[in-house]
Design a binder for this molecule. Structure first.
Ligand code: SF4
Length: 303
């Protein structure tokens, strides 16, 4: 089916099925263009909770669809490509977390939202890159914190807060593709550009940046900044997102290799067929969902 016809059919099916399309900022351009709402994990969780539509087509990765389903158990959450996972989330299993908790019994557990529902069910508070510092600062000062799965986000939060943290050794393979040499070269080529990077990058890279921000923070910062050129140190989908929002400014990817293959598994064809067939649906077993909901709701409350 030609692209235009595919988009028209998606629009039609969306109306017929009473569905809404949510898409993460890292989605391919053609998916960003058909989305009703775009955002980071925190924005999309909030939207999933408050929208009226009963069917959510979640263009992102598995843990995001799981989070939407946990927050809205009465809604049907569809992930157009069921194998779109997050290698970072998979780096910390429930067994890993339980054994950490056993070794460090009197601790608070703060988990990056990029984690499985089982892990969230044994977490005190979830966080996103946007509010991780605030979440950690909000925990009782005398308590140590177990943080996972991302070691670089954890290390960055530890440097900001000075808190004692036991940090799991996960990492995002896509953000690790951004190298210090690439930032150096781009700084030379664009001396007036602002370098903004995501806290999931390697600390050597974040030390070279002007700003360390989650994707929502990048959007805000680029809109408010007087600068005209930005080096964007995160997954490359963000360059399209920022360029669409601020066409008068210039956004350059820090590394063309910083691609999340899982985010790019979602295609227009898959969105169309998932709307037509109303599957694949993502669900989380009741007891896990009930426990995980508490830690996700705390994350949303903290904002
Ligand atoms: Fe997971 Fe990294 Fe892909 Fe985000 S960019 S979904 S953290 S693998």
């Amino acid at each position: 089916m030609p692209k235009e016809e595919l988009v028209q059919n998606i629009e039609r099916l969306k109306r017929e099925r009473g569905a809404v399309i949510l898409a993460h900022n890292y989605q391919p351009p053609e998916i960003q263009d058909i989305a009703d709402h775009l955002g980071d994990s925190l924005d999309l969780s909030r939207i999933a909770q408050r929208i009226e539509q009963r069917v959510i087509v979640f263009c992102g990765v598995h843990f995001m669809a799981e989070t939407a389903s946990i927050l809205s158990p009465d809604k049907k959450v569809i992930l157009p490509e069921p194998t779109a996972g997050c290698p970072l989330a998979d780096m910390l299993s429930l067994e890993d977390l339980l054994s950490l908790k056993e070794k460090h019994p009197d601790t608070e557990v703060v988990m990056y939202v990029n984690s499985t529902a089982e892990v969230k069910a044994h977490t005190d508070t979830c966080c996103t890159s946007a509010n991780a510092v605030k979440v950690v600062e909000g925990t009782p000062e005398e308590r140590e914190i177990i943080f996972g799965p991302d070691q670089y986000l954890g290390g960055w939060v530890q440097r900001q807060t000075g808190r004692k943290m036991i940090i799991w050794h996960g990492f995002c393979p896509s953000h690790q593709k951004i190298l210090p040499a690439q930032i150096e070269e781009l700084r030379e080529r664009y001396p007036d550009a602002v370098v903004m990077v995501h806290p999931e990058v390697h600390p050597e890279v974040s030390r070279m940046a002007d700003e360390v921000l989650g994707t929502a923070g990048m959007i805000r910062f680029a809109g408010e900044s007087r600068a005209g050129t930005f080096i964007v140190g995160t997954e490359i989908g963000m360059v399209y997102r920022l360029s669409s929002l601020y066409p008068e400014k210039r956004f350059i990817e820090a590394s063309r290799q910083a691609i999340c293959p899982n985010m790019k598994k979602i295609t227009l064809e898959k969105v169309f067929s998932s709307l037509e067939n109303q599957e694949p649906v993502v669900t989380v077993p009741g007891e896990i969902a009930d426990r995980a909901r508490r830690s996700i709701e705390r994350m949303i409350e903290i904002g």
